[in-house]
Design a protein around this ligand. Structure first.
Ligand code: MV4
Length: 453
């Protein structure tokens, strides 16, 4: 036991987030970086930094041999993958462990199971988590598909078993369209993931996306840390997340939270995880589980006071959870705005040099970002450059503080989505928490129209 040095296999704000948790525990950090990231803040902060390849992520942040070599030469005794990149690569997790390096993440078998959406549903269902009605397994052929779709009733949705991010998904309104849309979904799945396997679900027309944070010690103890409402998305990219959800009661939270925590205990889940649901007409329907720390984890940290990254490191080091379910209390409200280097009107990327920088601050305001004055945002990676997370005693107070924080946040030298968040805050429907997964795209279309006229 006792991790002394962590290699952080990531970049940007999440690499900083992990570095901070490690240093607060007296643990040294090793940064890895591409040649495009030599001047990045995660490289500057870390105790050591090792270049793992050229700018394209496939050659650097996804380069398993180079990252393992970096861990060996730096004598790191653990690897934290952050989110994205190698974080849900079961093979990588196995390789890390085979090298005697601690994997700060879930057991590889659980990463693998949840990576297959059909297996994930089967597992969740067996553990008592409510599912979207649908095929019990992969749909092998069109006869199979027709029969299942009739059973559950149209409209249905065809999804890729290896999917995620909405690729290889087709909504089918009527039986006559099933055959062509099913083969389209299967072909897209084959092209995108190398796996043509598809499954069918009842299509929910206007749900919210609500996810539960879970945490396990890997030995049969697990807790939940409440939900996050992530319904505000554009093209399957989350834009703003909040906790708690404006529509979930304390009783609903306790009930579904208990169900998911029990499920994680039963599977002896280790580390941080997220159980994703669609929520419609007061019912939860499981769709997927993410076996990683998520971008939006800070809103959960804000309302619980729990440091999720510290806990990930502790559990990976063989410690029991530092809290039990009854120790976890929910206080107030938190919102996260994802700030991207993009044109707020058309979302085209806008990387460039930071010529002016003044992050928001003050009470209950958190900025997770690798930006600094003079930094050049490289064009090769995700366009998210900062997260602004704000806490308030209640949702209204939180939104008032968020408005103030957005008004003082200055990033010069590139276009950012700060103005978009500022406009969103002034919308009465958003203020009322009256939104579903379709709401943001409709709001954006409506705003684009009114800009033209
Ligand atoms: C659905 C759905 C409606 N009904 N499943 C999109 C990404 C993938 N992870 C799950 N997705 C959806 N699954 C059923 N049975 C609608 C979506 C969906 C969506 C889900 C969450 C957040 C935003 C979304 C935007 C469009 C579609």
């Amino acid at each position: 036991m006792t991790i002394k040095k962590i290699l952080i296999a990531n970049r940007g704000e999440i690499a900083l987030r992990i570095h901070r948790a490690a240093h607060e525990m007296g643990i040294k950090t090793v940064a890895v970086h591409s040649t495009a990231d030599e001047d990045a803040m995660h490289v500057r902060l870390a105790d050591e930094a090792i270049c793992v390849g050229p700018p394209p992520a496939t050659d650097s942040y996804l380069n398993i041999p180079n990252i393992i070599s970096a861990a060996e030469v730096s004598h790191a005794d653990a690897i934290h993958p952050g989110y994205g990149f190698l974080s849900e690569n079961a093979k990588f997790a196995e390789i890390v462990e085979a090298h005697g390096i601690k994997w700060i993440g879930p057991k590889p078998e659980h990463i693998r199971t949840m990576g297959d959406k059909v297996e994930a549903k089967r597992t969740a269902g067996a553990l008592g988590i409510p599912l979207v009605p649908g095929s019990p397994g992969p749909v092998e052929n069109i006869e199979d598909g027709k029969r299942i779709a009739e059973e559950i009733g149209y409209p249905v949705i065809v999804k890729a078993a290896s999917g995620g991010g909405g690729r290889g998904m087709q909504v089918v309104e009527s039986p006559d369209k099933l055959e062509s849309l099913m083969s389209q979904a299967s072909n897209e799945a084959k092209a995108a993931f190398g796996d043509p396997t598809v499954y069918i679900e009842k299509y929910l027309g206007d749900p919210r996306h609500i996810e539960f944070q879970v945490f396990g010690d890997g030995n049969g103890h697990a807790v939940h840390l409440g939900e996050r409402d992530c319904s505000l998305q554009r093209r399957h990219q989350k834009v703003l997340e909040e906790a708690p959800s404006p529509v979930i009661s304390d009783a609903q939270r306790a009930e579904m939270g208990t169900t998911v925590a029990k499920a994680m205990a039963d599977m002896a889940y280790r580390g941080a995880g997220t159980i994703e649901f669609l929520y419609e007409n007061d019912e939860f329907y499981f769709i997927e589980m993410n076996t990683r720390l998520q971008v939006e984890h800070p809103v959960t940290e804000m309302i619980t006071g729990i440091d999720l990254v510290r806990e990930q490191i502790r559990v990976a080091d063989g410690h029991p959870l530092s809290f039990q379910q009854e120790d976890i209390q929910f206080h107030g409200h938190a919102v996260e705005c994802r700030i991207n280097a993009e044109d707020p009107k058309n979302f085209t990327p806008s990387p460039g040099k930071v010529t002016g920088y003044h992050p928001a601050g003050g009470m209950h305001v958190r900025v997770d970002s690798g930006l600094y004055h003079g930094y050049v945002v490289p064009p090769y990676y995700d366009s998210m450059i900062a997260k602004l997370i704000v806490y308030g005693k209640n949702r209204e107070g939180c939104l008032m503080r968020l408005r103030r924080a957005l008004d003082e946040f200055v990033i010069e030298g590139m276009k950012t989505t700060i103005p978009l968040h500022r406009e969103l805050l002034d919308d009465p429907e958003f203020q009322n928490g009256d939104y579903t997964i379709k709401w943001l795209e409709e709001w954006l279309a409506k705003n684009a129209e009114s800009d033209e006229t």
